[in-house]
Each structure stands twice: as structure tokens, then as C-alpha cells.
Write a protein that binds this ligand. Structure first.
Ligand SMILES: [Zn+2]
Length: 56
């Protein structure tokens, strides 16, 4: 398992809005790279990419 991908597509996804309240005050949370904390509703959650190029 290598970590040399220059595109960084497998890395942390940018999250711009809280999925629960829609606020934009998000900061990284916890030790995992996909953890986020919402400063408005004080929820902590993770965002994980599970697939790309999905067609029904
Ligand atoms: Zn929120």
C-alpha cells in the first residue's frame, strides 16, 4: 500500500456545509482525516467517499 498518489484523490474530502444544519463553520475533528466538527450545531461527523463514477 503506497501513499504516493500526486492527485491526492484518496485524501480528505473538502466539506463546505454541515449535512445536518447547513452551516459553514466546519473544522477538522478527531484523529481521522475524515472527521469534521460543526461549530453551529456542535455535531461531529465523518465524510467518506465510497465510490466514484457510479452509474445506476
Ligand atoms: Zn451543523
Amino acid at each position: 500500500m503506497t501513499d504516493d498518489q500526486p492527485t491526492g484523490r484518496t485524501r480528505q474530502l473538502p466539506v463546505f456545509h454541515c449535512p445536518y444544519c447547513g452551516d459553514e463553520e466546519l473544522t477538522p475533528y478527531g484523529d481521522s482525516s475524515d472527521g469534521w466538527r460543526c461549530g453551529a450545531c456542535l455535531r461531529a461527523f465523518s465524510v467518506r467517499l465510497i465510490a466514484t463514477g457510479v452509474h445506476e
